[in-house]
Design a protein around this ligand. Structure first.
Ligand code: SF4
Ligand code: SF4
Length: 98
């Protein structure tokens, strides 16, 4: 039998300390968190080419593909502004919450 070296043993022990799964099921958001937001992404479909970069990068997974564009679930968008930064065409612009 090949025994793991000290380094390999440490790796295994460290790995075992990591969470054994996601803290919540992917794609299932249960608590509305829009109250955190002080800026809101406003989407302009006329400028959107449907590249879906915003969909890929939204850390909360609240941007969905919709037809040739996207839609944003404002109940769960926390207003981080990443979608605005990633959209090269300014089809998403952050505006202050009213
Ligand atoms: S990144 Fe901009 S252009 Fe691309 S899908 Fe999103 S809103 Fe549309
Ligand atoms: S502001 Fe942040 S959380 Fe909201 S849609 Fe854009 S990337 Fe997602």
């Amino acid at each position: 039998m090949i025994r793991p070296s000290i380094t390999e043993k440490n790796k295994i022990e460290k790995l075992s300390r990591l969470p054994q799964g996601g803290s919540c099921k992917a794609g299932v958001l249960i608590e509305k968190n829009a109250g955190w937001r002080n800026k809101c992404p406003v989407y302009n479909p006329d400028k959107c080419t449907g590249c879906y970069q915003c969909y890929m990068y939204c850390p909360d997974g609240v941007i969905s593909k919709e037809g040739k564009g996207i839609s944003i679930d404002y109940d769960f968008c926390k207003g981080c502004g990443i979608c605005e930064k990633i959209c090269k065409l300014q089809a998403i612009v952050m505006e202050g919450e009213t």
